[in-house]
Design a protein around this ligand. Structure first.
Ligand code: AP5
Length: 210
């Protein structure tokens, strides 16, 4: 299964990717996580990406295209993969096609903007492993620690309300056109994001079987 998860920031792509990759035993590849790791490690790429991420803008296409080509060439992607948060522009989607990378399905998770703002204001992420929680919808056993690795739970800098609004505007302008791009190729399936994570997962698997 070679899958793309599409959707607004906070739609639940990362949450669903974690569950699907465990069930299907294929890697989930999040360009957001790769970039945040590069920022944390102070690499050249991280230094270039930081200002874009912190202000809610997209990192330039050429940086993303090179990350994704390199990552998809790794052996663990041979049996399939889930792309979470990439492609995010038509230029990125065309680069994936031109590189001969086949995609089986594109699952678009639809969530209204007002719900997105609620979700992102309650999100907490693990500073060590990147696992994602929500203070109400998906709480960790200890509100300060990650259930998976015991790392510290923090608020992402780009989850500040003004940055969330900018990320939503960027999504509608630059990423939403991908729905038409993949619908035209017969790959797009749309799932309405539900209030419960498990209900969205059930709809995603139903869409994958169709
Ligand atoms: P990235 O990390 O990809 O962020 P994003 O797309 O904005 O997505 P999020 O991680 O915010 O949300 P999500 O959909 O994964 O939701 P989650 O599952 O966490 O990108 C960050 C930045 O990096 C970008 O702004 C850009 O600068 C750069 N970047 C990355 N990729 C790029 C690319 N390809 N091109 C250019 N730049 C790029 O869920 C959100 C919250 O809701 C969580 O708290 C979760 O617990 C909760 N939740 C999830 N599902 C439910 C549910 N069903 N009900 C209730 N709560 C739920």
């Amino acid at each position: 299964m070679r899958l793309i998860l599409l959707g607004a920031p906070g739609a639940g792509k990362g949450t669903q990717a974690e569950i699907i990759c465990e069930k299907l035993s294929i890697p989930a590849i999040s360009t957001g996580n790769i970039l945040r790791k590069a920022v944390k490690n102070g690499t050249e790429m991280g230094k270039k990406a930081k200002a874009f991420i912190d202000s809610g803008k997209l990192v330039p296409d050429e940086v993303i295209i090179s990350i994704i080509k390199e990552r998809l060439a790794e052996p663990d992607c041979a049996r399939g993969f889930i792309l979470d948060g990439v492609p995010r522009t038509v230029v990125q989607a065309e680069a994936i096609e031109k590189a001969g990378i086949e995609i089986d399905k594109v699952v678009d998770i639809e969530v209204p903007d007002d719900e997105i703002v609620k979700r992102l204001s309650g999100r907490r992420v693990c500073a060590s492993c990147g696992a994602s929680y929500h203070t109400v919808y998906k709480p960790s056993a200890d509100p300060t620690k990650c259930d998976r690795c015991g790392g510290e739970l923090i608020v992402r800098k780009d989850d500040e309300p003004s940055t969330v609004l900018e990320r939503l505007a960027v999504y509608h302008e630059q990423t939403e056109p991908l729905k038409d791009f993949y619908a035209a190729r017969g790959k797009l399936v749309v799932v309405e994001g539900q209030e419960q994570v498990a209900d969205t997962t059930a709809l995603v698997f139903k869409a994958l079987e169709a």
